[in-house]
Structure formats: structure tokens, C-alpha cells
Write a protein that binds this ligand. Structure first.
Ligand SMILES: NC(=O)c1ccc[n+]([C@@H]2O[C@H](COP(=O)([O-])OP(=O)(O)OC[C@H]3O[C@@H](n4cnc5c(N)ncnc54)[C@H](OP(=O)(O)O)[C@@H]3O)[C@@H](O)[C@H]2O)c1
Length: 377
């Protein structure tokens, strides 16, 4: 296992972190956590050098925090840095923040956490909690010893990222990044900016929720196979990330013991600045190979909105392209039938006049509707 320090703190952690959003589950109604197996996975990871654990209020319907608390008994708490998060969407008045944190500490059976993050920051959610006194709350919780450091996890664009980053003396930022998402959300520029300000970066969704290791396209497999050193798609995806010196730790949601075992082995070589020029070229080529599978190419700018008939064009197109990239049309068509058949395109063409990409929006909407209807039969 390799380790890295959060700049400006006294905390050094393993570069592989355990993301407790996708713990092993039972195959029964509601897919509850498989408690013995989840505890075995967490403790095995810790016994083999992992020292960073990430959970949050909503994971597994609130049971992730309880499970983590159970797994960290018997001396394991002292071996890890623990993070949980304030659900911004549940904060409606100032007093909610400490009440929620107290609930979380109770679930965890602990008196404090190391990092406490504003969860899933978007511009709107962030503005709301700041106006309710988020910064004062975080300062107060540090003084009371309920949290050691504060941070935020992020799901908006690069501009909002910079604004939020500059608004408070954060000790950690958690962003989505993987070999495919370099130009999505905060982007690599955001990560570099955090690094330049001495704020440690934590990565979420390093395998894009597992998509980068399921149904890997032939074109991508060929690129991996051509490399002199052989690695699995998971190992390449992690290598792309741990190469970056700004990234302190990479959260992996590990839903099976074999994944824990494999990922621990992968992170034995997780040194920053390890990728050769050929490997950096591989990462660019892999991204291009995935992007070549995009069919429509909607950028989600939403200039086509609002559609007079309420058709959610950017949502539909982006989900369709995502399905094309990962060859996962089943879930897409299911969602299409469920969420997007009520508002029907009448081919007025207003959207096409506004689209900066000059997409043939009406043709694509017809085609997708036909494909979805055929899939249903
Ligand atoms: N703050 C936020 O807003 C936010 C949002 C998302 C995530 N997170 C945090 O970030 C963590 C990481 O994100 P993530 O769970 O999406 O991570 P991820 O690594 O992108 O995806 C996890 C999935 O990848 C697959 N996987 C992992 N290791 C593998 C291996 N060695 N071989 C094959 N498949 C493997 C598993 O898929 P299968 O289960 O299908 O086998 C697993 O469930 C979360 O657990 C959570 O703690 C935070």
C-alpha cells in the first residue's frame, strides 16, 4: 500500500480509500447490507494497510454509517481516518446541521469524525446552507471536537468549484474523476487548482461506478493489450488517477471481497508521477476510444430548453450516449419508458434552431422512441 498526506493537516492515509456506498449486499428484498461480509471486507482492507474510510448519511438507506461503526469496533477505529458527510438537501434551518451530525455520530457509535464534508455540493444547495450558517457550524463543530477537519464533495461545473473552494479554509475536496470524465464536472483543472491551494483531493467514482470494468469495448481492450506491462482495466483506471500528485486518496466502492483483494494489490504500486509518457498516451487513447462510441454528441448545454412540449432533450441524449459508450441500452430504455414518454416531440424544430452543435434533434428523438418501443416488445 502507498500513502499520502493531506496538505495542511496531520493526516496521512492510504491512497486506496474504502467508499462505503456499495457495500456487499444480500440478494433479498431491498438488498440490505450483508453485514458479516461487509465487515470482513472492511477489516481485511484495514489489516492490509487501507487507512481511509468514506461513508455518508444516505448510503444504504442510512445503514452504511451503522455498519461502518460496527466494523470499526475492536480497535479498528484507531487505524483509520473516517469521513462522513452533511446531507445538504436535509438542511432547512440552522439547527438541522448539528442535529444531523449528532444522529450520524450516534449511528457510528463515535464521538467525532476526522473529516466532515458538505455532501454533493451544487451551486444552489451550497448557497442555501451557507445562508443558514454552514461555515459558522463547521467552525463550532471543530471547537467542540465533533469533527477535526471540513471539506466538501462536489457535483457541479468548474466555475462553481472555484467559487466554493475559495469560500472557506477547506482541508479536503472530493470530486468525481476517472479516465473518461476528465472534461466533466470539476475537471482536471479543478483538481490542479485544489492542489495549487494546498487542499488534498479525494476521488470518487474512479471506475465510473464499475462501468469502466464491465463490457469493456474491444477497441479499448486492444489498447490495453498492446501495452508491454499487462494490467486489468481496473488497474489501468486506478493508475490514471494515482499518477496525479494532487490526489491524496481514491475511493473505491468495493462490493465483493475479490475486488478488495485485487484493489489492495493494485495500490501496492500507487506512486504519484508513476505513469510513463507511453502510459499517458494510453490514457488519452482510451478516452478517445470511448468517446468514439458516442452517437449523438450532445454536450448538455441545454440551449434547446425549454422545449415547448417539455421534452427533456439533453437528459435523454446524454443518457443515450452513455448507454452507447458502455453498451448498456437495457437500463436506458427502461428509464426512457418510465420517465420520458409522457412529453412527445411534435417536430416544431425550435430546438434545432437553438442547438450550437447543429444536432438533428428531431430525427434523433424519433429514432430513440422507435428503438425504445422495439426494445419493449
Ligand atoms: N460524495 C458524493 O457525492 C459521492 C458520489 C458518489 C460516490 N461517492 C463515494 O465514492 C465512493 C467511490 O465511488 P463508486 O462507489 O462509484 O466507485 P467506483 O470504483 O467507480 O465503482 C464501484 C464499483 O466498481 C466495481 N469494482 C470495484 N473494484 C473492482 C475491481 N477490482 N474489479 C471489478 N470491478 C470492480 C464494483 O462494481 P459491481 O458492484 O457492479 O461489481 C463496484 O461496485 C463511493 O463508494 C462513495 O463512498 C461519493
Amino acid at each position: 500500500m502507498k500513502y499520502a498526506k493531506f496538505p495542511g493537516t496531520d493526516i496521512t492515509v492510504s491512497r486506496l480509500g474504502f467508499g462505503c456506498m456499495r457495500l456487499p449486499t444480500l440478494d433479498t428484498e431491498g438488498r440490505p447490507i450483508d453485514r458479516p461480509e461487509a465487515i470482513r471486507c472492511l477489516r481485511y482492507a484495514i489489516d492490509n494497510g487501507l487507512t481511509y474510510v468514506d461513508t455518508a448519511y444516505p448510503y444504504h438507506g442510512g445503514d452504511s454509517e451503522v455498519l461502518v461503526g460496527e466494523a470499526l469496533r475492536d480497535g479498528y477505529r484507531d487505524k483509520v481516518t473516517l469521513t462522513t458527510k452533511l446531507p445538504l438537501w436535509a438542511v432547512n434551518e440552522t439547527a438541522d446541521m448539528e442535529r444531523i451530525l449528532d444522529t450520524q455520530l450516534k449511528r457510528l457509535s463515535l464521538d467525532h469524525v476526522d473529516f466532515y464534508l458538505a455532501h454533493a455540493v451544487h451551486d444552489d444547495s451550497f448557497n442555501k446552507v451557507v445562508s443558514l450558517g454552514l461555515f459558522e457550524f463547521l467552525d463550532k463543530m471543530k471547537r467542540k471536537g465533533k469533527i477535526r477537519y471540513a471539506g466538501f464533495s462536489f457535483h457541479d461545473n468548474a466555475e462553481v468549484f472555484k467559487k466554493v473552494l475559495d469560500s472557506y479554509p477547506w482541508s479536503l475536496v472530493q470530486v468525481q474523476m476517472n479516465i473518461l470524465d476528465e472534461n466533466n464536472q470539476a475537471t482536471m483543472k479543478g483538481i490542479e487548482y485544489a492542489g495549487s491551494k494546498g487542499i488534498g483531493v479525494v476521488i470518487m467514482e474512479p471506475l465510473r461506478g464499475g462501468s469502466l470494468v464491465r463490457n469493456v469495448p474491444e477497441s479499448v481492450l486492444k489498447l490495453y493489450d498492446a501495452m508491454p506491462v499487462k494490467r486489468t482495466p481496473a488497474a489501468w483506471a486506478f493508475r490514471y488517477l494515482y499518477d496525479r500528485p494532487e490526489i491524496v486518496t481514491i475511493l473505491s466502492g468495493m462490493s465483493a471481497f475479490e475486488q478488495v483483494d485485487e484493489n489492495l494489490k493494485i495500490f501496492e504500486e500507487a506512486d504519484a508521477n508513476c505513469a510513463s509518457p507511453e502510459e499517458k498516451q494510453l490514457f488519452r487513447d482510451v478516452r478517445a476510444a470511448y468517446e468514439a462510441r458516442v452517437r449523438i454528441g450532445c454536450t448538455g448545454c441545454a440551449y434547446c430548453q425549454p422545449c415547448p412540449r417539455g421534452v427533456r432533450i439533453p437528459d435523454i441524449f446524454r443518457a443515450y450516449d452513455n448507454a452507447a459508450i458502455f453498451d448498456s441500452f437495457g437500463p436506458f430504455f427502461g428509464r426512457y419508458q418510465r420517465d420520458w414518454t409522457e412529453n412527445v416531440c411534435v417536430k416544431c424544430g425550435k430546438c434545432e434552431k437553438a442547438c450550437p452543435q447543429h444536432l438533428h434533434i428531431r430525427d434523433w428523438l424519433s429514432r430513440i422512441a422507435e428503438e425504445a418501443a422495439a426494445f419493449k416488445q
